[in-house]
Ligand binder design. Sequence first.
Ligand SMILES: Nc1ncnc2c1ncn2[C@@H]1O[C@H](COP(=O)(O)OP(=O)(O)O)[C@@H](O)[C@H]1O
Ligand SMILES: O=C(O)C1=C[C@@H](OP(=O)(O)O)[C@@H](O)[C@H](O)C1
Ligand SMILES: [Mg+2]
Length: 196
Amino acid sequence: MTELIDQAPPTLAEQARAALGKRNLVLIGLMGAGKSAIGRMTAQALGVPFVDSDHEIERVSRMSITDLFAAYGEAEFRALETRVIKRLLRSGPRVVSTGGGAYINENTRRHIKRGGLTVWLNADLDVLWERVNKRDTRPLLKTENPRQTLENLMNARYPIYAEADLTVMSRDVKKETMVEEVLAAITAAGPRNQTR
Ligand SMILES: Nc1ncnc2c1ncn2[C@@H]1O[C@H](COP(=O)(O)OP(=O)(O)O)[C@@H](O)[C@H]1O
Ligand SMILES: O=C(O)C1=C[C@@H](OP(=O)(O)O)[C@@H](O)[C@H](O)C1
Ligand SMILES: [Mg+2]
């Protein structure tokens, strides 16, 4: 009896972990939304393995994303991305951060929807631009007006990202706050719908 009284209530991370069950958590959203950074930290909080699909693509191809696009083009990159993500989703639970275009590809989206609970890190253009313009690792933004390109991608992709199970607004707050919001969203979603 005393033991029960002394037990601390479950932390948010523990509650989210219980709600996730055997499912994978798949982060989707546009470049700069924080999928890679927040995904890694969320996996750590949940105590499950983390994998980033772009990182895995670079590992298996032994090429950078930039070099892959340059050498083989986007269509080949997407085909490789589909295969890699399908494989990464085969066993769970883990956190899988995808590249921004993965969920937009119909084939890949089908695998993602079957393979886990999806979280869209939604963000406005200013937040994304502020983050992505600091690096030149994103081949799709090597255009004359990359900010406009990003805006065009937002317009084309946001209705599709909106199909995600959960949405969390990515903005200029501490990364730890973002992780907490992701954990809260998983917890609120509860353990149901585990067949997806
Ligand atoms: N909440 C945040 N606050 C500040 N910087 C962030 C936040 N989330 C992500 N970042 C930074 O923004 C950049 C892009 O994040 P990243 O995780 O690579 O995005 P994505 O994988 O969605 O393209 C990185 O430098 C990352 O550290
Ligand atoms: O939006 C996209 O189509 C892409 C996003 C990138 O990943 P991040 O979203 O992690 O930057 C990377 O997969 C590639 O440059 C293509
Ligand atoms: Mg990334």
